[in-house]
Design a protein around this ligand. Structure first.
Ligand code: GAP
Length: 514
């Protein structure tokens, strides 16, 4: 079974203990909401990025990838709307002096209503057993319908108040719902205020000539400002996409839940440029394509759901999140946004340069519309990692901790283990490493009893353990142990490469998207 909310701490400590994620600058007591990826974590993260890049860029002949700078001309952020509108509504509790995002307090309240619905479902499931029809129960049970309606009304009102900048009503809603500060338990709130999330910095040597810059809060703008350069030099025809992976920075007020919400993080974004009027169709298409990408990794289809936005960002005419069931509940993993011609139109206005596409089919120039897919690498990491971490009870009554990562993403694909450190077994094991390392990330381990070495590789998520023993000396065979089933079988050394490839090959996994 996957771990539950209470075990989220285990996810964090496992990530540290096995060299996946460390707190940044830990020797100085760390920096809040900033993390470093360690030897295992960096490998897993790179594999996630490769899985995305191949699916988006390599497999689409009309999508190209770029790598734009983090620093951008400051007018970019005026044009994009981030200077004026990239705000979070914040509220302070006067007793605890703790600062919260007002919308998060309200969403957490609605989350509790969702949890009540889940409880009702679980109770009914127990009562009715096999005959239970979940969908029908959710659609007809008066208590569930009551919770659902209440949640929807709250979110609709919050969405309306936020888009109308009616912050007094956001505060009124918090008071009406009798939301208390999780720390002090009091309802003694300040007014709700807006807070801009961009980090500022300076470019230039002297204080009087220095230019104020921002660290980019999204990678998307690096794509928009390069739209025409890429379209012309790449001879791209609409519809086409530009993708990129890179760092983004946000001065988050509520930075918690480990790598879920950080101040420095990474995004994988793709802007798809289309003919105006076709945005609805492309928006639906990209929602479907991205969900298939997630499903291809086999983390469980029930762990995903769409959430349509009530409050649209300043650039969007439609937006949905792909939410994932993290150990702390369903939360946003990826956003699909229909951005209209907002960004290119605005950059045209602020730069004075035309950012239009000449469409030979209709003999006309226009500012293209855009559908964006945007996913956080770190959130994807957390989704994969927390979903994979299991504690299993074995037949002999002992337990094992195993990281059931999709094999394609595992940092190490196979560990090569000589049964003992003598009789020529290490030499054969080293030779196997030498042969396999050209195609796969492999590790050699000779420390401790072989059972303990298996456990360590289970905890690291390594799909295969290959053991060299005395029989190997006679017939050039080894045992291969499969992480998930723990089955072991004897195979020829010459077969290893094809056995590993069959399970870790990117093509094998990405084909599941079709
Ligand atoms: N270009 C659109 C954009 O940036 P967003 O919904 O603000 O949209 C996209 O962010 C994705 O980036 C989110 O779905 C999430 O996965 C990730 N993300 C956003 N803020 C984050 C943070 N503070 N820490 C980690 N990931 C974050």
């Amino acid at each position: 079974m996957a771990l539950q909310e209470d075990d989220f701490k285990k996810v964090i400590s496992h990530a540290k203990e096995y060299g996946f994620v460390f707190q940044s600058s830990e020797i100085y007591d760390g920096l809040s909401a900033v993390y470093d990826y360690a030897q295992q974590g960096a490998a897993l993260k790179n594999n996630i990025k490769e899985y995305w890049w191949k699916a988006m860029v390599q497999l689409h002949d009309n999508i190209v990838g770029i790598d734009s700078a983090i620093f951008m001309h400051p007018t970019t952020w005026k044009a994009s709307g981030h200077v004026d509108a990239f705000n979070d509504p914040l509220i302070d509790n006067k007793d605890s002096k703790k600062r919260y995002r007002a919308d998060v307090l309200i969403e957490d309240y609605v989350g509790k209503l969702d949890a009540k619905i889940e409880k009702e479902v679980a109770k009914a499931q127990k009562r009715f057993g096999e005959a239970f029809d979940k969908e029908q129960f959710i659609a007809t049970n008066p208590r569930v319908l009551g919770y659902k309606q209440k949640g929807e009304e709250i979110l609709a009102r919050m969405g309306k108040s936020l888009s109308e900048e009616n912050l007094a009503d956001v505060k009124a809603l918090i008071e009406e719902l009798e939301i208390v500060c999780p720390l002090s338990g009091s309802k003694n709130w300040t007014d709700v205020k807006q807070f801009n999330l961009m980090f500022g910095t300076k470019l230039g040597a002297s204080a009087d000539t220095a230019m104020d810059l921002y660290l980019r809060p999204e990678t998307a703008q690096g794509i928009f400002v390069n739209f025409l350069n890429v379209q012309k030099t790449g001879r791209m025809k609409i519809p086409f996409g530009i993708a990129q992976i890179g760092k983004a920075f946000r001065n988050e007020i509520v930075a918690r839940q480990f790598i879920f919400r950080q101040r420095e993080f990474e995004q994988m974004e793709m802007q798809f440029f289309i003919k105006p009027g076709t945005q609805k169709e492309w928006y639906e298409k990209w929602k479907e394509t991205r969900l298939k990408w997630h499903h291809s990794l086999g983390l469980g289809e029930d762990n995903y759901r769409f959430h349509d936005h009530e409050k649209l960002a300043h650039y969007a005419d439609a937006a949905a999140d792909i939410e994932f069931k993290f150990p702390f509940g369903f939360k946003e993993l990826e956003g699909i946004h229909s951005r209209t011609d907002f960004d290119l139109g605005s950059h045209e206005k602020y730069s004075g340069k035309k950012l239009q596409y000449f469409d030979p089919e209709i003999n006309e120039s226009y500012v293209p519309y855009v559908v964006e897919t945007s996913i956080g690498v770190d959130r994807m990491f957390l989704a994969v990692f927390s979903n994979a971490l299991r504690e299993e009870e074995l037949e002999n009554g002992s337990t094992r901790t195993v990281l059931k990562l999709p094999a394609v993403l595992a940092p190490t694909k196979a560990a090569i283990l000589p049964l003992v450190k003598k009789d020529g077994l290490p030499e054969i094991a080293h030779q196997i490493v030498e042969d396999l390392k050209w195609d796969f990330e492999v590790a050699y381990d000779e420390k401790d009893a072989v059972g303990r070495r298996y456990r360590r590789q289970d905890a690291l998520g390594t799909p295969f353990c290959i053991t060299v023993d005395h029989q190997t000396l006679e017939d050039q065979t080894v045992t291969i142990r499969h992480r998930d089933s723990m089955d072991q079988n004897r195979v020829a050394i010459s077969e290893l490469s094809s056995i590993i490839k069959a399970e870790v090959d990117l093509k094998h996994w990405l084909k599941k998207m079709n």
